[in-house]
Unconditional design. Structure first.
Length: 132
């Protein structure tokens, strides 16, 4: 029986920090933004390949084949999000145009921050429409 639907056992904080380092982040308190453009500059996929075996040992065998056979920038983001969720963090994303091309910019936030921003943006889901 596994820890949840993805993991055999609960990942520890050290492995999460190693994954974040591949993305150019120093730790959970790092508030810098990054995009897939930074992955090329930082050689993120090459760095992740070095710790791939260590990371994959936490996954259930059926999930391991899905996420670790062909690692791309997209799977790197997915794996990072899965590990962050265990520690009550997530990646917030927004679109940004750089030199006329659209990129997704990511930022590390706590789940509480994301929920708070969502609630403040919708004003508790109540909308009033008046016709004069």
């Amino acid at each position: 029986m596994g820890f949840n639907q993805l993991f055999i056992k609960k990942p520890d904080l050290d492995i999460l920090i190693k994954i974040l380092n591949c993305l150019g982040l120093q730790g959970l308190n790092d508030d810098s933004e990054f995009s897939k453009l930074d992955f090329v500059r930082l050689n993120s996929l090459i760095k992740f390949q070095e710790i791939k075996d260590e990371v994959s040992m936490y996954y259930l065998p059926c999930k391991k084949t899905i996420y670790f056979n062909n690692i791309t920038n997209k799977t790197l983001i997915t794996v990072t999000r899965q590990f962050l969720k265990i520690f009550n963090y997530t990646l917030e994303s927004k679109e940004k145009y750089i030199s006329g091309k659209k990129y997704i910019i990511y930022k590390l936030v706590t789940m509480e921050e994301k929920i708070e921003k969502k609630n403040n943006g919708t004003q508790s889901g109540k909308i009033v429409v008046k016709f004069d």
